[in-house]
Design a protein around this ligand. Sequence first.
Ligand SMILES: C[S@@+](CC[C@H](N)C(=O)[O-])C[C@H]1O[C@@H](n2cnc3c(N)ncnc32)[C@H](O)[C@@H]1O
Length: 202
Amino acid sequence: MSRFDKAAKEWDGSQLRQMLAFDIAKGIIESHPLTKEMKILDFGAGTGLLSKHLCAQVGHLTALDISKGMLEQLKENASAWDTCDVETVHKDILDYTPTEPFDGVVSSMSMHHIEDIDRLFQTFATILKPKGFIAIADLEVEDGSFHEYENEGVYHFGFEEEALTQIARKHGFTSVSFQTVHCVRKEDNREYQIFLMNAQYT
Ligand SMILES: C[S@@+](CC[C@H](N)C(=O)[O-])C[C@H]1O[C@@H](n2cnc3c(N)ncnc32)[C@H](O)[C@@H]1O
């Protein structure tokens, strides 16, 4: 059982996570004209903290996660959303080949759990329609203290804009932009900035 499987039942009890997902969703909605004709993918969807805010704006949402426990909790939560068609996919994002391409890929706090970022952007490029978008939120560079004693499965202590921009461009993304959408405040006044990276697939 992975640490996310174990954490699934208690995941949504965190006010900090709820506020973070709300601000990320707000940033995505303000950045992209979402419509009921759209089909989007939430990668590393977890229990659906981000998905639930976007569901009302699109026609279909695929929630993909490698943790079965998180997806079981998402399914339970999604029964109360009733605003769009929700499909769950239990898979590693790097092994995912959808039957139809997506209009957009969104994500909240999952990219730092993927070791090979180059392959991740290559995957985004293969699963998006032309002119499709990515809206990916994660940590700006930090000192490794964000996860405190739980760095298992954490491959990146945040990300640098320039490095991500270069990888995105290499895989055919344009109009790459970043904005800070939230600041996580932990004990001892520790602060962590959360960026939203937006880009369009050519
Ligand atoms: C920090 S949680 C974020 C969950 C949710 N997006 C949120 O904001 O509450 C990271 C999630 O990414 C998932 N994950 C990690 N590696 C993954 C992979 N290779 N493919 C798909 N999901 C992955 C984990 O199982 C976990 O649910």
